[in-house]
Design a protein around this ligand. Structure first.
Ligand code: ZN
Length: 684
């Protein structure tokens, strides 16, 4: 029942969090409301009273509405009351508010765990189910899912087994925190001379601490990436790559293996062969075998592109080093890609961004989506924002209403919080703060979403110019946002992005396609000084650049997904994660290199948080490409295609199995070829 409301953009963001609702709030006399009172204690008391009321109903009087529906009501109400407050820990400028909000989140999580394990509530649901009610549609699904969630939580087990299950889960919880802490405190460095850093921008080198000509180089993204992209010394890149793959240390390898063992035990207690079987059961794939089959079909197709990439990259390395025998190694990938982008494709990211002033990008996205989906957005920051219901936590924050043109109804609202500031969530993400719900009396709660990004702020005389990848991120997150907003689900349990975890990234990844479409870009990508449209040949070069190394990249993603899946298939708890990671690398990627002495898994947060779920990114990407095909045929800006997609997919949320939604939308079985085309495979 626990909702996953934060949708993360970056593949490696790895920060889990769940939150959501609109709270009891208080206004100050002057100025907009920037914060809200902590609603948690009150919300828990009210939720407990609702539980007591459900439990008190005599079994003979049980109905769908007063039992299963009432649980949906109580969980929705609870979330509506607390979500905005909990969300504040990610965005509020005031440390005291963030701390209180964080503490509230812990209470929120604990309360949800408690509620889902209440015996009396479970008995109430079982008593209602025993009447063999004739249900249909969402109601039938809600009863099935409720019973399924209870079974999966171990409610049918003997008291001894349940006690052990709780023990195991608590232990896993502690280990996860320890793993994260080790990662957060990770501060490995590599000592390098200035000569060894040849090619890295001098300005950057001058900022490295060190003495006697030796630099201390850290491994955080903002340092690691520029070094890997620019350093001409291969030995340096190798040292950096190896050190990067050892972050987290052997202590985290031990913690991960301990967690995998406990998860295996958990799955066995619940009657499953492995944790992968347990987790994937409730996803689109349903079985690990389906994921195996998916990759068995996909890998040879992507291999074609990977081979072309490997040949292109090897030739480039030989040219760059003047060594006709030079071989391509994993630590060359970023460097050679950067070299090819500059020399062969001549795409200058700094030039490209001059065509993407942020206001125009926001405007372009708004116009595109309004026209595609029959919507209208109204900026209500000044009129509705800053009230107790809709606080504005910072002057940068904006609030919009979304109206449906066909019916004239207000569908929902979203916040935009676009610029970085201290102590703000540092990636890009969408929060579903309030989900669509139709109450028993016909009243509708409309969705509320928040988009949190970190784009460069405008300075005097210069607007915020976005990198093309930032525009893509913005479209991606907005794909999640629309999924939340246009929901028509009756029950909170199925609203918005409450879909199978391996489908949730499909609508967002699909929407990335629009930033590569010439017709769409023509509507807004204009030079910030001259107003000139993005030149055609520049866009062509950008697209070629996008496909550069896409096959090698895809195989790298396969590697992460398949190591994750292999780790989670133990039932006896014996997993040598380092051996698996080392063995699979040359098996899955084009590189013959065995990464002995590394253990990437020690710092890979997804393994801890997404429970045999990493495959989901590629899985949903394949379906995203397949869904986008209809737009490519009818026109990326075709309102007809947009309306159809809205109706068949994003308005449906989790009211049906995603595979059924997908087949209904496609009018056929899903296929892999759109994904392969998306890799930019030549000669096919
Ligand atoms: Zn996403």
């Amino acid at each position: 029942m626990l909702k996953h409301t934060l949708i993360i953009a970056a593949l490696l963001a790895g920060t889990p969090a769940c939150v959501s609702i609109n709270g009891a709030v208080n206004a100050t006399a002057a100025g907009p409301v920037t914060t809200i009172d902590n609603p948690m204690t009150d919300a828990i008391a009210k939720a407990n009273a609702s539980v007591a009321a459900i439990v008190a109903i005599p079994d003979k009087d049980r109905t769908f509405d007063n039992t299963v529906g009432a649980i949906d009501d109580l969980l929705a109400t609870f979330e509506y009351r607390v979500s905005l407050f909990i969300f504040m820990s990610n965005v509020h400028p005031d440390a005291a508010v963030r701390e209180e909000s964080q503490a509230a989140e812990e209470k929120y999580n604990n309360f949800l765990i408690e509620v889902t394990k209440r015996e009396d509530l479970y008995k109430a649901v079982k008593a209602y189910a025993a009447t063999n009610p004739k249900l249909e549609g969402e109601q039938k699904r809600l009863l099935e899912f409720t019973l399924r969630d209870y079974r999966r939580a171990g409610m049918d087990l003997t008291p001894e087994k349940r006690a052990r299950l709780t023990e195991v889960q608590k232990e896993i919880g502690k280990l996860v925190i320890e793993f994260n802490k080790n990662n957060a405190e990770e501060d490995s460095t590599v000592m390098l001379t200035k000569e060894e850093l040849k090619g890295v921008p001098a300005e950057m080198v001058s900022r490295f601490p060190g003495n006697g000509g030796v630099c201390v180089v850290g491994l955080a993204g903002p340092t690691y990436i520029p070094v890997m992209e620019n350093c001409e010394n291969e030995t340096t890149r190798q040292k950096m790559w190896m050190a990067y793959k050892r972050r987290g240390g052997k202590k985290n390898v031990g913690i991960l293996e301990h967690v995998l063992k406990l998860r295996g035990e958990e799955a066995t207690l619940l009657g499953y062969k492995s944790n992968a079987e347990y987790e994937i059961e409730v996803r689109m794939a349903k079985t690990p075998k389906a994921v195996d089959d998916f990759y068995a079909k996909l890998r040879p197709l992507a291999r074609e592109k990977a081979k072309q990439d490997f040949a292109e990259f090897t030739a480039a390395k030989q040219k760059q080093t003047n060594d006709p025998k030079a071989e391509l190694k994993p630590w060359d990938f970023q460097f050679v890609k950067n070299y090819l982008l500059k020399t062969k494709y001549a795409v200058d990211g700094e030039k490209v961004r001059e065509y993407f002033p942020m206001e125009a990008a926001v405007d372009g996205l708004f116009k595109t989506t309004q026209s595609l989906y029959g919507l209208e957005y109204k900026d209500v920051t000044a009129t509705k924002g800053g009230t107790t219901e809709r606080p504005l936590w910072h002057p940068d924050v904006k609030l919009y209403e979304v109206w449906d043109k066909a019916t004239g109804k207000m569908l929902g609202e979203f916040y935009l919080d676009m610029y970085p500031r201290e102590n703000k969530y540092s990636h890009a993400a969408q929060w579903g703060l309030q989900q669509h719900k139709v109450w028993g009396n016909g009243k509708v709660t409309t969705p509320l979403a928040a988009l949190v990004c970190n784009f460069t702020k405008p300075t005097e005389g210069k607007p915020s110019l976005l990198q093309h990848s930032e525009v893509e991120t913005f479209f991606h997150e907005f794909g999640h946002c629309l999924h939340t907003i246009v929901s028509e689900a009756k029950y909170y349990r199925f609203a918005g992005t409450s879909v199978e975890r391996d489908f949730v990234e499909a609508p967002s990844q699909m929407f990335e396609n629009w930033v590569w479409d010439a017709a769409t870009l023509n509507t807004f990508a204009k030079h910030y000084k001259t107003g000139e449209a993005l030149p055609k040949d520049l866009l062509q070069a950008m697209i070629a650049g996008k496909n550069l190394g896409s096959g090698l990249d895809a195989e790298n993603q396969f590697y992460y997904a398949l190591t994750d899946l292999k780790y989670e298939r133990t039932s006896d708890g014996k997993v040598d994660t380092t051996k698996i990671a080392t063995d699979l690398y040359p098996e899955i990627t084009m590189y013959t290199f065995r990464p002995e002495g590394t253990y990437y898994q020690a710092s890979f947060g997804h393994l801890m948080h997404y429970n045999a779920g990493y495959y989901g990114y590629m899985w949903s990407k394949v379906f995203a490409c397949d869904m986008a095909r209809r737009f490519k045929e009818l026109g990326m800006l075709s309102p007809e295609a947009g309306k159809y997609y809205r109706q068949k997919v994003i308005s449906q949320g989790g009211t049906k199995d995603a595979m059924d939604l997908l087949k209904d939308y496609l009018g056929r079985e899903p296929k892999l070829d759109a994904f392969v085309e998306d890799l930019g495979l030549k000669g096919k």
